[in-house]
Ligand binder design. Structure first.
Ligand SMILES: *[C@@H]1O[C@H](CO)[C@@H](O)[C@H](O)[C@H]1NC(C)=O
Ligand SMILES: *[C@@H]1O[C@H](CO)[C@@H](O)[C@H](O)[C@H]1NC(C)=O
Ligand SMILES: *[C@@H]1O[C@H](CO)[C@@H](O)[C@H](O)[C@H]1NC(C)=O
Ligand SMILES: *[C@@H]1O[C@H](CO)[C@@H](O)[C@H](O)[C@H]1NC(C)=O
Ligand SMILES: *[C@@H]1O[C@H](CO)[C@@H](O)[C@H](O)[C@H]1NC(C)=O
Length: 216
């Protein structure tokens, strides 16, 4: 730091030359020396202030104004209602549940997103869908959106080995959603950001609980 300020004082060379010419003429007085020291001090203050300003601007540009991609995932908790799983000769599932979608926004400004659809799939086949209304995740906060939906095996081809899964007591569903929206910084700067949710949830059918939730 000290070296940097010294370097920045150097460009003020002409001023430090002045006393030297005084020395040559032999008319150096302590008053002039004092003046010279004052000027150097002032130059150091100005340089230090410039360095400080630069740091403030850099921090602002690198931390506050940097746009971070928000994150979307499903909460780890869910409440299940009316879990029906058919029987061994005609396996099926029909489950209603309530959970949370979490939009995590680490930006120094709100993230406003449009309405979208979250899709839940079993072995690549759509088992249920739910509309996520448009909303806003505030400055450096997580918006929690409650979702209630039904997932069922109506569209599942009979070739799928559903009976095996039901026997194990675990049902694995993949959920996907794409949010598109804008991050707003300092009320003026707007940057488009779309975020994808890709979560795999496994439901324990006997305890009617989330067995595992893995989000990318
Ligand atoms: C299951 O659904 C039926 C009719 O749809 C309803 O009457 C009953 O209260 C539900 N049970 C639970 C535990 O939600
Ligand atoms: C299995 O469920 C189907 C459809 O609900 C029904 O027709 C059949 O009788 C059931 N089989 C047994 C063994 O319970
Ligand atoms: C389950 O969800 C379906 C579709 O959303 C709905 O029609 C049905 O009433 C729900 N049943 C219960 C018991 O909540
Ligand atoms: C979601 O995750 C699965 C498993 O890693 C992957 O195969 C799939 O491509 C992902 N989908 C998207 C849209 O990222
Ligand atoms: C599902 O939940 C029940 C009851 O809590 C438990 O006994 C069982 O081990 C769970 N199944 C798995 C595969 O973890």
């Amino acid at each position: 730091m000290a070296q940097k300020t010294n370097q920045q004082v150097n460009p003020l060379g002409p001023e430090s030359k002045e006393p030297r010419s005084d020395e040559e003429s032999g008319s150096k007085t302590s008053a002039e020396e004092l003046k010279r020291k004052k000027r150097i001090k002032l130059a150091i203050y100005i340089a230090a202030f410039a360095v400080f300003q630069t740091i403030v601007i850099l921090v602002f540009a690198l931390i506050v104004m940097r746009v971070k991609t928000p994150k979307v995932r499903l909460g780890n908790d869910a409440t299940f209602h009316n879990v029906t799983t058919g029987n061994s000769t005609s396996p099926s599932f029909d489950i209603n549940f309530t959970t949370q979608l979490r939009v995590k926004n680490a930006n120094f400004g709100p993230y406003k997103y449009d309405s979208t659809i979250a899709t839940f799939m079993y072995k690549g086949v759509t088992a249920g869908q739910v509309t996520i209304p448009k909303g806003k995740a505030g400055l450096r906060s997580t918006k929690k959106v409650g979702v209630t939906l039904n997932v069922n095996s109506k569209d599942l081809p009979s070739s799928a080995n559903l009976a095996g899964d039901l026997k194990s007591g675990l049902l694995m569903l993949n959920s996907h959603a794409k949010l598109s929206g804008k991050v707003e910084l300092m009320f003026i700067m707007k940057k488009k950001k779309s975020v994808e949710m890709n979560c795999t949830m496994t439901i324990n059918l006997s305890s009617k609980e989330i067995h595992s939730m893995i989000c990318e």
